[in-house]
Write a protein that binds this ligand. Structure first.
Ligand code: NAP
Length: 451
């Protein structure tokens, strides 16, 4: 049997699935080089998790411990496919694990969904979380009414950020620029629109409950919306359907609360699908189609009944899932937005594996990535055990091909320190840098070298 300690593995992507895969590989003594497009690590934890959910971000402490382990190296500001071909990693490592996630927000493909005032939740979240790729967005928040399409945790995150007061957000790590824009927001109505009913909403209970705890926002649900059909009732009668049962209770309690006349209202819509965004160049409204549910318990789908209504709104945020992009040269399934694989081994590329959203699709909480990455690593180690061992140079060979300023984990620690210090001055956990140029300028000022 080959000793795993002589293996070198490259991981592409420094988000949760990348770090869980790294931890697992390091446990077997494998050397791990983690390549990341951005100069900084942590992906979804830094740029996806809501800035007011600091407890969820604590998982990065676990990843920090992984990064300090012997045999681990971070190589940031290095995009595979742009700065380096994947084939270089395939050649110089025993295996490559693709953990680059699915970062593009889906749009429904309806007329008007590209009008000014339409955003994907993914872009909007990237904007307020300081992701360098989304700072150009500068969303216009001077409108009165916003529609958010989708009933998942991402839509709730966006609704909550739009509904919170500046004081509620001031202790989060939302960027200062986003906080300023949100402070001047004139939004009064936030419509959360789901194509199915309250028994099928995909929110987790804690996230839904939190909407009822906001300082200056009231939750509004039409009483009739909670009169569900028999099949949905059967779903809620199944005690295993715990999250939906709890969610339904919360919806009912929202409904029982007397209105507090808050400055903002979060208005739930059920059984409605977006059909067309109205307007010539900017959003002037949203045409919605009314649905009924069809199918067996837990398999009900939304069917249009042919009835339409118009919602007055000046911005539309699509929160209907994410799309991934395959790296050049590897078969990619555009429908599921994943690499075809067997237990993590990408079926059509030699010594390439996948973990996280790009392996199983854009679902699951951060912790879901741990067993997903462990399965991939188990497959990888099994394959390497039987492979003919040819010594690989790993990063020593790659470094000659890198022409841009790559970043190290020591660089990240320098950036992290600066962000935290700037945050302390402002009474928040950190103030993020929001452009690659800012990161590199800071590093060049501090002349931090490699690990
Ligand atoms: P999601 O949970 O899958 O929700 C997507 C929503 O979009 C669903 O309501 C879905 O309706 C709807 N939808 C899809 N296509 C549509 C269309 N063409 N027209 C209208 N509606 C459509 O996805 P997500 O909110 O993007 O979240 C992704 C994952 O990250 C989830 O697993 C989520 O739990 C997780 N997450 C967790 C947290 C947290 O733990 N705090 C925070 C954020 C995200 P149907 O149900 O009818 O398909």
């Amino acid at each position: 049997m080959t000793n795993p300690q002589s293996f070198k593995v490259a991981i592409v992507g420094a988000g949760p699935s990348g770090f869980y895969a790294a931890e697992e590989l390091l446990n077997y003594g494998v050397q791990v080089d983690m390549y990341e497009k951005l100069p900084v690590p942590f992906g979804l934890v830094r740029y996806g998790v809501a800035p007011d959910h600091q407890k969820l971000k604590l998982v990065s402490k676990v990843f920090e411990r992984t990064a300090q382990r012997d045999g681990f190296q971070f190589i940031g500001n290095t995009e595979i496919g742009a700065n380096l071909p994947l084939s270089a990693l395939q050649e110089h490592y025993d295996a490559v694990v693709l953990c680059h996630g699915a970062s593009q927000g889906r749009k429904p493909g309806i007329p008007g969904d590209n009008l000014s005032g339409c955003y994907t939740a993914a872009d909007f979240i990237g904007w307020y979380n300081g992701h360098p790729d989304f700072q150009h967005l500068a969303p216009d928040l001077s409108c009165r009414s916003v529609a958010i399409i989708g009933h998942g945790n991402v839509s709730i995150d966006v609704a909550r950020i739009l509904a919170k007061t500046p004081a509620e957000l001031s202790t989060s790590d939302i960027t200062d620029r986003a906080l300023q824009a949100l402070s001047h927001s004139r939004i009064e109505e936030i419509h959360l629109i789901g194509r199915r009913g309250p028994a099928q909403a995909k929110f987790t209970t804690q996230e839904l409950r939190e909407l009822g705890e906001l300082y200056d926002a009231d939750v509004v649900i039409d009483r009739g919306a909670l009169e569900i059909d028999e099949v949905s009732r059967a779903e809620l009668d199944d005690r295993k359907n715990l999250i939906a049962i709890k969610n339904f209770e919360i919806f009912t309690n929202f409904n029982n609360k007397t209105s507090r006349s808050c400055g903002r209202k979060i208005i739930f819509h059920f059984l409605e699908s977006p059909v067309r965004v109205l307007g010539e160049t900017i959003v002037e409204g949203l045409e919605l189609g009314v649905n009924r549910l069809e199918g067996q318990p837990f398999h009900q789908t939304a069917r249009a009944i042919g009835e339409r209504r118009v919602l007055a709104c000046e911005a539309v945020l699509f929160s209907i899932g994410y799309l991934g992009q395959g790296l050049y040269g590897i078969d990619f399934d555009g429908n599921s937005s994943t690499y075809p694989h067997n237990e993590g081994k990408v079926t059509t590329a030699s010594n390439v594996y996948a973990a996280g959203w790009i392996k199983r699709g854009p679902t699951g909480i951060i912790g879901t990535n741990k067993p997903c990455a462990q399965e991939t690593v188990a497959t990888l180690l099994r394959d390497l055990e039987y492979a003919q061992k040819v010594p690989k140079a790993g990063h020593a060979a790659i470094i000659r091909m890198i022409t841009q300023r790559a970043t190290s984990y020591a660089d990240w620690r320098c950036i992290d320190k600066q962000e935290i210090e700037e945050g302390e001055r402002r009474g928040k956990p950190r103030e993020k840098f929001t452009s690659v140029a800012e990161y590199l300028a800071l590093l060049s000022e501090n002349e931090v070298g490699g690990e």
